[in-house]
Design a protein around this ligand. Sequence first.
Ligand code: BMA
Length: 753
Amino acid sequence: MQTQCLCKADWKMHQIGDPTMIKAVVPGSVYGDLLREGKMEDPFWKDNEDKACALMENDFEYIGTFKMDENMMNNDHVVLHFDGIDTLADITLNGKKIASTNNMHRTYEFEVKDLLKGDNEIKVYLHSPNKFIYEMSKEYPTIGSSDAMPGFMHLRKAHCMFGWDWGAHLPDAGIWKPVSLRAFSDARIDSVLVLQDHKKNAVKLEFKPDLLLYDNTTEEDVKIKYTVTTPDGKEIAVEGCQAEITDPEIWWPNGYGKQPLYTVTAVLTKGGKELDRWERKIGLRTVTMSREPLDIGGEEFCAMVNGVKIFSMGADYIPEDHLLGRVTPEVTRKLLEKAAWANHNCIRVWGGGHYPTDWFYDICDELGLLVWQDFMFACSMYELTPEFEANIKEEFKDNIKRLRHHASLSLLCGNNEMEMFTKFRTWVSKESEIRDYIIMYEKIIPDMVRELAPQTFYWPASPSSGGSFDEPDSPDRGDQHYWEVWHGNKPFSEYRKYLFRYCSEFGFQSFPSEKTVETFTDDPDDKNIFSYIMERHQRNGAANGKIMNYMQQTYRYPTDFSTLIYASQLLQADGIRYGVEHFRRNRGVCMGAVVWQLNDIWPVASWASIDYSGRLKALHYYEKRFFAPIMISCEEEGMVTMGKALNDYPKDFNKSIRLAVANESMKDEKLTVHWALRNADASVVKEEATEIEVKALSTTWLDKVDMSDIKIFDQYISYDVCRGDEVLSSGTVNLAMPKYFHYENPNLKLSVD
Ligand code: BMA
């Protein structure tokens, strides 16, 4: 197959009604082009979002001119191939309309050989997404998340482009992925399914090609030859469509081993002539979710990789930018490296965005981040008309085939939160939507996954206990979205009331760094969290007040904007730490802590641990600590909390600590645990050291230590765990809220030379 990339064509674009053409970049977007050419203001600046959103009431047109690579015409077929168009487009080639599109999650391909000449002109007319969803919602006022513009669910376009509780209303449009001409004769390789059979010291690979055959070509007319290359470039013998790899280098998630990648190449020939070639990197591993019954009741829900049950640690991923054209492999790599740096071993791609581009999964393969992949349905009901069904089936086929070979792909999930919301009739407007729910997520998708990716685990929804509306929100089975802390205003201590099997969402908001705030306003008057501009960059109802409510339970009043931002980040970090340490102490029952959320789509107050500018919030540094393979934590009793005057406490109110060391590594460890009761100036009142053994992949609890003598406002407890002299993990605990503690002024001085 011959390919001519059309990204380098001479692309121009204009708003319909305005004949002035401006330079355009493909792949890219309307906002991206208008911004670069000075035709619109930064949509993230102050409240420019409103103007930018209104722009999308208009239609836009992209026009590309290119010279055809004449050699292509020697082939029997030439197709125009779009990796992705966002979203409602009419495509014309040399004056002839060839197709319309309506799904940004699909790839599209059209036969165009008869239309091509030396000089060509391609036009992509993009219809206003705003008008479309507005009209559709009049026709069928389906309900869903009110954070997004009404009708968002009627278009197969990343839902969060229409707004979310962390996202602006910026429904950009464009040719968001590469476009090319592809020329071929007789046959092509659509994709290859690579099956793995793991035995002792050997992995058998089996290749199942999906061929596209043309003009009476039969499978007998063509040959396909496979090559497998080891990570260090040695070729492995392949017999027909099978290969046996002895002494295989096994792929592991981050923290459990290396991420060696083998290369599989398939070459299709006819009469000795190469027709097409397919090449991908794979990792040798098995991965599934284990759901064994547990002694305490319910069942476990944990990732099992190469037969080893691992504790999933990571965060939820949302689209990286409202302007899709700005996301490059470099941008994604920086983000994912930060995740791996903070000891993440998994990442959940949330269902209200888009399926990430190939490089996202390539990088996850390299870094050892297990991908939990939602299908792109979130917080809404969908009407399963025949057209919609045909459309989404193509979307599933495209994406399952695109992703299935990746070492990192660990789970495919039907949707975000819809089993729960359907069960509770939250957004159901017609009974038929419930039937459609079952057909989509419990019939169509699993059938397709079984057929196209038979070795990938399918889960009907997040959260779920396995489907059929059987307690989708159960804390004792399946995954859980726990939002009583934050949305439910419950204190952080509430986390300890549960032993969730796998928390796939829980989170707490904070403000982005002040420097990031300065990317959207330069007015000192805006630097107040209740200012109009700060509230426009906060999309979760009264959340700024909510941050302040939690803050007053914990810290003293922050007296200026910078301190408030800093305190909000500490509060977020401490709250999530409180939850994760509890989950890891209870390893074996709890086997997953996936924090909502990793990243931001624009500069905004949110649950992210990395803000839009890429700055780490305090939470991300804390994640590095509480997701460390060896981690010590303290279950304290007797914290004096908000609203309890000291003399309200019963005299015998227990004060104690109980330390635990979690070992998420594959090695048994002999370690030393120290704790010390200290005065505010760090001087030691009493201390103790204990030798312990912590088996690989387990948690060891130490005995409870009575602390009834502690002066809670003047003394605190420090603890650490060491291997020899090396401190592997450490922490401190107060039994009074930080706001009540009599901190010693450390008299720190800073000088800059
Ligand atoms: C979850 C997610 C998102 C949302 C987040 C914070 O429910 O699935 O829809 O942004 O909570 O509210």
